[in-house]
Design a protein around this ligand. Structure first.
Ligand code: ATP
Length: 320
């Protein structure tokens, strides 16, 4: 590709800026023209894009959110929308687009590639819910934020001999819950991938721990399990321990990206541009172990997500 564009799409995630910066600077260093597209696919539909320079992406690597803004674009998600976006690219001579987002955004990238514009997806979402990759940009920052917030909740939980039930993000994916649950020593962690038995997995565990002298408890619930308020009330009723619910919500989406998010995003951004330089499109950049690799978008979208059940079992053994 000689001329490329970069956009962020779907939910924002800390580290997206580092990926944008890497795409812009790698592209320029390869002698390409690079456009920044505003508000996801919407920017391609209404021509809201501008040429970037090395300095356009200064001072963004340390910021959460996305300097290009993001959006969900119902209009793009139609055959006419895809053709319109492709026409914008053709008119400006853009023959490659890097799309930073989640699975929905990758479906868009696949369609836009089908319309003649080579697209590369980069996984950017705090949930870590993309099957083809071990890691998504924003995940590490979200984990660390959730852990820090729960540590704070723990201070007050401990002072009052209470139980705190904390809902963390993850609609379809329990990775944030599992990892923060381990990191904060949650007595129980509920994830969408594994059904739970209220009596056995929560009440009995709390009572057994109580018998050994434990007086305060943290229960972590993934958003996808839901019913956090109900779970909290039921815990209080069945254990007699005063219980409080906290839904962390969007606090997990913001903040300065961690070192890991910045570095992975930078590596993925570079990799995406390398593919476009070789005129390769319809790929998703992914992380396998510590390696940056790439997959065909359709294959990537069809991969089954694997939840680390072994780590889930270990976490139950450790928090007691
Ligand atoms: P997140 O995981 O943060 O929600 P996402 O990328 O999955 O991110 P979506 O809202 O699903 O977020 O998708 C973002 C945009 O991608 C949509 O607004 C739409 O324009 C485009 N898109 C989504 N699904 C498709 C599809 N099946 N075909 C073409 N384009 C799509």
């Amino acid at each position: 590709a000689k001329s490329i564009a970069v956009l962020t799409s779907g939910g924002d995630a800390p580290g997206m800026n580092a990926a944008v910066r890497a795409v812009v600077r790698s592209g320029l260093s390869f002698g390409m023209k690079v456009y920044g597209v505003m508000r996801g696919y919407n920017g391609l539909l209404n021509g809201d894009l501008h040429e970037m320079s090395m300095r356009s992406v200064s001072d963004i690597i340390q910021h959460g959110g996305t300097a290009l803004f993001t959006a969900r674009s119902p209009e793009f998600n139609t055959p006419e929308g895809v053709q319109k976006a492709a026409a914008t690219c053709r008119n400006l001579g853009i023959d490659g687009v890097v799309v930073i987002g989640g699975d929905g955004s990758f479906r868009g990238a696949r369609d836009l590639t089908g319309a003649g514009v080579l697209c590369i997806g980069i996984p950017g979402t705090i949930d870590n819910d993309i099957a083809c990759t071990d890691y998504t940009i924003g995940y590490d920052t979200a984990l660390n934020t959730a852990m820090e917030m729960i540590d704070r909740i723990r201070d007050t939980t401990e002072s009052h001999d209470r139980c705190s039930v904390v809902e963390v993000m993850g609609r379809r994916c329990g990775d944030i819950a599992l990892h923060t649950g381990i990191a904060v020593g949650a007595i129980a962690t509920l994830v969408p991938e594994i059904p739970y038995d209220f009596q056995k997995d929560i009440v009995d565990r709390m009572k057994a721990a109580q018998a050994t002298g434990k007086k305060h408890f943290i229960v972590v619930v993934a958003e996808g399990v839901g019913k956090t308020q109900e779970i909290t009330e039921r815990i209080q009723k069945e254990t007699g321990i005063e219980s409080r619910a906290t839904i962390l919500g969007h606090v997990q989406r913001g903040g300065s990206p961690t070192l890991r998010d910045r570095v992975v995003a930078s590596r993925m951004g570079y990799h995406a541009v390398e593919l476009l330089q070789k005129s390769v499109g319809n790929r998703v950049v992914a992380m396998k172990g510590e390696q940056i690799v790439d997959f065909d978008i359709t294959e990537a979208l069809n991969m089954p997500r694997v939840f680390d059940e072994n780590l889930y079992r270990i976490s139950a053994k450790l928090s007691i």
